[in-house]
Design a protein around this ligand. Structure first.
Ligand code: PMP
Length: 381
């Protein structure tokens, strides 16, 4: 199997697997219990929290552990807005290329009458900074812009975006799900107020994540309860949290492998151009503006979802659009936002590499692509 779908989820890495396996036998206590077993669990929980906090440059801030980035996004949005709404009218500025979990929050809030502005992007997925500044000209409560685009790999300028948001009096949230291990993170230094994280894009298990909060940043909880300092009720997913911390402890090592990942990603692009052209590239920006682990391409007139299935027959795992929207056969909302027609947006195919990707795997994918394309081009029977 050749797995080139790291943005959908990464396989469980050895550090997380080993830590979780060991913890499974040892730490069954409820961290809220007063006895030794419970307190052993509590100690693990707090240790894990500190590990995650340090790994994201979150000094002085707070980590609220959640079921993943989707919940962290919801806690950030609803939590900030509920806190403000008691006193003021609220307004949100976000981008047109956020993950569907943010898109769903925007839709939900619009239904209840909240103004949510989606800032457009250019043809390669870069945020339109003039439109961003214009959106902030009106009183804004919350700004939410992702750190790394999940379909394209583009990096958004968080420090600058946060500075402008603060100038306008808004709180700045980022969905940083795709960032850990791919770009250096220093939420505190970047001026971010809230950041959503997930374990399963960085070698941790799915079903666990966190919301980082700057010191003093208030949120109203979505789930009431005494756990997580009153910000997220429910008995903690200790095993998952231990797995997340073990994965995040290795983020700087993951980061140091990114230069090699970029070499392989570029080899894939050049190889596909030579062996299976003509094709176009989406999210084609300067190297410093993208992570280097994503290649999003399109063969004109060939449906991306068909290519995913065709590659699957060759035991190669990739995505068309975001995994969460796959299966719906809807064109990618990200490629539509880049100005592509629906048919072009359906043609997008995303390869997302990881440190586990080998040159031999890349060469094999390049070699089998002409055959896969021929199958993808045949009329559907
Ligand atoms: N945001 C982004 C940018 C993502 O890529 C994903 C995962 N596809 C999520 C949020 C949702 O994360 P989780 O699966 O932890 O809920």
């Amino acid at each position: 199997m050749i797995y080139l779908d790291a943005n959908a989820t990464t396989p469980l890495g050895a550090p997380a697997r080993d830590a979780m396996t060991a913890a499974m036998a040892q730490f069954f206590g409820n961290p809220s219990s007063l006895h030794g077993r419970g307190q052993a669990g509590r100690a693990q929980l707090e240790h894990a929290r500190q590990t995650v906090l340090a790994a994201v440059g979150g000094a002085g801030g707070k980590i609220v552990l959640t079921s993943g980035a989707t919940e962290a996004n919801a806690l950030a949005w609803h939590g900030v807005l509920a806190d403000r709404r008691q006193r003021h009218a609220v307004r949100v500025v976000t981008s047109a290329v956020e993950h569907p979990s943010i898109g769903a929050l925007a839709a939900q809030l619009r239904t209840s009458g909240v103004e949510v502005i989606a800032v457009p992007v250019d043809a390669q997925g870069r945020l339109d900074m003039r439109a961003y500044a214009a959106a902030l000209a009106e009183p804004t409560t919350l700004v939410s812009i992702m750190a790394v685009q999940n379909e394209l790999g583009g990096i958004y300028p968080l420090a600058e975006l946060a500075r402008l948001a603060h100038q306008a009096g808004a709180v700045f949230h980022t969905d940083a799900t795709q960032a850990p291990g791919r770009i250096p993170l220093n939420f505190h230094g970047m001026g971010v107020d809230l950041a959503s994280l997930s374990a399963h894009k960085a070698g941790g298990p799915a079903g666990v994540g966190a919301l980082w909060l700057r010191k003093g940043q208030r949120v109203t909880p979505l789930v009431a309860g005494h756990q997580e300092d009153g910000l997220r009720g429910g008995t903690e997913n200790l095993l998952g949290i231990i797995g997340m911390a073990a994965a995040f402890a290795g983020l700087s090592q993951q980061l140091s492998g990114m230069a090699q990942v970029r070499v392989l990603r570029d080899r894939l692009w050049r190889g596909l151009v030579a062996a299976a052209g003509p094709l176009t590239r989406n999210g084609d920006v300067a190297p410093e503006d993208e992570t280097g682990h994503v290649l999003n391409v399109a063969w004109p007139g060939v449906d991306g979802a068909r290519l995913v299935r065709s590659l699957d027959l060759e035991d190669v795992c990739v995505s068309s659009g975001a995994a969460c929207a796959s299966g719906t056969q809807e064109p990618s909302h990200v490629l539509l936002a880049c100005g592509h027609a629906p048919a072009e947006a359906r043609a997008g195919l995303r390869f997302s590499l990881s440190a586990a990707t080998t040159p031999a795997e890349i060469d094999e994918v390049i070699a089998l692509m002409p055959r896969v394309l021929a199958r993808g081009r045949r009329p559907a029977s």
